[in-house]
Design a protein around this ligand. Structure first.
Ligand SMILES: [Fe+2]
Length: 191
């Protein structure tokens, strides 16, 4: 597997800019309740991505090692999707704060991901290829990524939403209990 620093893609400036914006500029301006509301929403988006990719096996044609790494991460996101939400509800339980956090996170999540994707495609000299945009169309429209993302966002904004209502643990379990996948994981002893 290639080392990230040797891929020929300059990602350090992008990561540093996002880090500065999020942690130096935005974080000190926001109260703790919003921090936690942000984390709860980020975890919801992560679990949604895990659900979406595992359900459709979207990385089936990828490098097997990278596929296993990503699928492990997707399964792990589904596994702990309730933690931050439960802590937020326990400490604040405010629908108003949850919506403010969701507004911030969803706006930034899509802006940063879209900006990053365009920037890396440009570096890869793929940005102006028709095949890139065909692939984008297929993913967004044919694979229903766009409509599912909108549905998922609206679901999170329901006052009665709770991650416990999601019925997707079986996706994580299916991946994590597969003997072939298990062989690749190292069990770390707890201190
Ligand atoms: Fe997470």
């Amino acid at each position: 597997m290639a080392q990230p620093g040797k891929l020929g893609v300059d990602f350090k400036g992008f990561v540093a800019a996002i880090g500065w914006f999020n942690y130096k500029l935005l974080e000190p301006l926001l109260p703790r309740g919003i921090h936690l509301a942000n984390i709860a929403c980020i975890e919801h988006l992560n679990a949604y991505l895990g659900d979406f990719y595992l359900q459709r096996d979207l990385l089936k044609n990828s490098d097997p090692k990278m596929k296993r790494l990503f699928y492990w991460h997707f399964a792990e996101e589904i596994e702990h999707q309730r933690v931050a939400f439960d802590v937020f509800e326990h400490l604040y339980g405010s629908y108003f704060l949850r919506v403010i956090g969701a507004f911030l996170v969803i706006t930034l999540f899509f802006a940063i991901n879209t900006g990053g994707t365009l920037y890396f495609l440009w570096q890869d000299k793929c940005l102006f290829r028709s095949s890139t945009w065909r692939e984008c169309w297929n993913f967004m429209i044919k694979e229903s990524a766009l409509i599912n993302s909108l549905r998922n966002t609206l679901d999170y904004l329901r006052p009665a939403f709770n991650p416990a209502q999601k019925n997707n643990y079986r996706l994580a379990k299916r991946f994590l209990s597969d003997p072939d996948n298990k062989k690749s994981f190292k069990i770390c002893p707890t201190p």
